[in-house]
Design a protein around this ligand. Structure first.
Ligand code: NAP
Length: 488
């Protein structure tokens, strides 16, 4: 199926090469990899398939540029981020279309991601001006404590396909603000958004070598040698817990600074005193944003028995009414999943729950035809041993179960190795605070189905990660603290 002219134009506009040392170049050896539209299963274009040699060239460029870039005045770094923020906003429509083509979500959601992604540049443009230290007396008055903040240094960033632009700017924004140079490796399934970001930063005046982009089909082979290279100072990763564990292990060799934004298994708790309208709206957002392919996606709904049936019915009606289709089509609210293995995993989790006695409220059948579509699905009465309650679904499936008491709700919520985010719906302020205190997560949505915000510290505890992105905490991840003992 040929793609529409407008779609072809946005794809054509992207440089399909590696960006190293300020130059767009082919992969050494000239290999390319295909980018596929998950709604049609057809190739969109081919891009450079970087090799370990290309990866090393990108690190060389980042290392060579680090000293000069680290000494660039904060005003200049802030100015570049601001210009890039403006360009992202001006070009939001075409960038949204590009993102939908490579990732699948509806264009309106892609546009919301571009705005969210741009917000990190706006936020960190301000933060670049606020890097400070401190000065004080030794407690015994003999000497002085001088504390200064300096850029960590060359940083490797590895990002996933589910938020192709925002997972990049959430790292690149603070790194540029702090004065770090970057080697960025986007997911092979969605490299076009990151390549477009490279062009935007280049146009905004970012010096060559500060931001290097390595697209590749062999992520482990190309990034492995960089992680072992003592010139690399930082690894910032967003992706699955499984890969995160491997990267933490590899990072131990050179005791690399690491930031890990990993998987989730978010519980969504609804107490009997909740505003049920708000809970249904919150549930739709927490479950269906990004087709359920979000680390923050509500993975399981624990609902107090007196309101469980009504909630389940209303959620089923709302989810069943969402239009499924190619993200470029009008009124579509649910695009395809990213690939066939992802869809198979979702179908397998649903089948396992049904086999163990769950009831199908809506959905659950893979449609015929091209594209990796899976319908919005609600499962009721899901038994405790169903895999869907314990594994990250990454699809539009809402398993509903219940709890007996506040303590039981907290215990069920915490019964997972993950600890990224939880959602709590209650109108009782005392209960709200008690439950928030008891949850073992890095974030809580309290009567709210979405937590993402550029000015807030995003991140998880337990096996959902290490470190925070966004907020003033996000900048700290790219700064080192140096203490000077001053003898006057
Ligand atoms: P993934 O398989 O872990 O891949 C993430 C990135 O790591 C991709 O760029 C991938 O490259 C690369 N990669 C895979 N194996 C690697 C290895 N051995 N060495 C170096 N790089 C490697 O995750 P995904 O399927 O793309 O993303 C979904 C996961 O991300 C979910 O678990 C989700 O919860 C998590 N996530 C977390 C957050 C958060 O903020 N906590 C945000 C978004 C997503 P290739 O794909 O090109 O091989």
């Amino acid at each position: 199926m040929a793609i529409a002219t407008e779609e072809q134009m946005v794809v054509d506009k992207v440089a399909k090469k590696l960006y190293i040392g300020g130059e767009w170049r082919d992969a050494s050896g000239g290999a390319t990899l295909e980018v596929i539209d998950p709604a049609t299963e057809e190739p969109l274009c081919e891009i450079a398939d970087g090799t370990p040699e290309d990866a090393m060239a990108a690190l060389d460029a980042a290392v060579e540029t680090q000293r000069e870039w680290g000494a660039t005045p904060p005003n200049d770094r802030a100015g570049i981020l601001w210009k890039a923020f403006e360009a992202l906003m001006e070009r939001a429509d075409e960038l949204a279309l590009l993102m939908t083509l490579e990732m699948g979500k509806p264009v309106a959601e892609s546009k919301a991601e571009i705005v969210y992604a741009a917000d990190f540049f706006r936020w960190f443009s301000g933060e670049a001006l606020r890097i400070d230290g401190n000065y004080k007396q030794f407690a015994n008055g003999t000497s002085r404590v001088l504390v200064m903040k300096q850029p960590v240094g060359p940083s490797l960033m590895i990002t996933p396909w589910n938020f192709p632009m925002a997972m990049g700017t959430r790292k690149v924004g603070p790194a540029i603000a702090a004065g770090c140079t970057i080697v960025m490796k986007p997911a092979q399934q969605t490299p076009l958004s990151m390549l477009a970001l490279g062009q935007i930063l280049e146009d905004a005046g970012l010096p060559g070598g500060v931001f290097n982009i390595l697209t590749t089909s062999s992520s482990s082979k190309t990034t492995g040698p960089l992680i072992q290279d003592p010139r690399l100072r930082k690894l910032s990763f967003t992706g699955s817990t499984e890969v995160g564990r491997k990267l933490i292990e590899a990072s131990a060799q050179n005791v690399l600074r690491t930031s890990m934004e990993l998987g989730g298994n978010a519980p969504f708790l609804i107490f009997e005193d909740a505003d049920l309208d708000a809970a249904v709206e919150g549930a739709l957002l927490a479950k269906m944003r990004n087709i359920g392919e979000a680390c923050t996606a509500a993975n399981r709904f624990h609902v107090s028995e007196p309101v469980r049936e009504e909630f389940q019915r209303r959620l089923g009606e709302r989810m069943g009414a969402l239009k499924v289709g190619r993200g470029t089509e009008e009124d579509v609210k649910v695009g395809p999943l990213i690939d066939q293995p992802s869809r198979e995993k979702v179908a397998e989790l649903v089948q396992d729950a049904l086999d163990k006695g769950a009831a199908r409220v809506v959905g659950g059948e893979i449609p015929d035809g091209r594209g990796y579509f899976y319908p919005p699905t609600v499962l009721g009465g899901v038994p405790d041993d169903a895999r869907v309650l314990h594994e990250e679904i990454f699809g539009p499936v809402a398993p509903v179960t219940t709890f007996e008491s506040e303590e039981d709700a907290i215990a069920r919520a915490n019964d997972t190795e993950y600890g990224l985010v939880a959602y709590v719906f209650t109108r009782d302020i005392k209960r709200a605070i008690r439950v928030c205190e008891g949850l073992e997560t890095g974030m809580v949505g309290l009567n709210q189905g979405m937590v993402s915000n550029a000015g807030a510290p995003f991140g998880g505890v337990k096996q959902s990660g290490i470190g925070r992105e966004g907020g003033k905490e996000g900048l700290e991840e790219f700064l080192e603290t140096k203490y000077v003992a001053v003898n006057l």
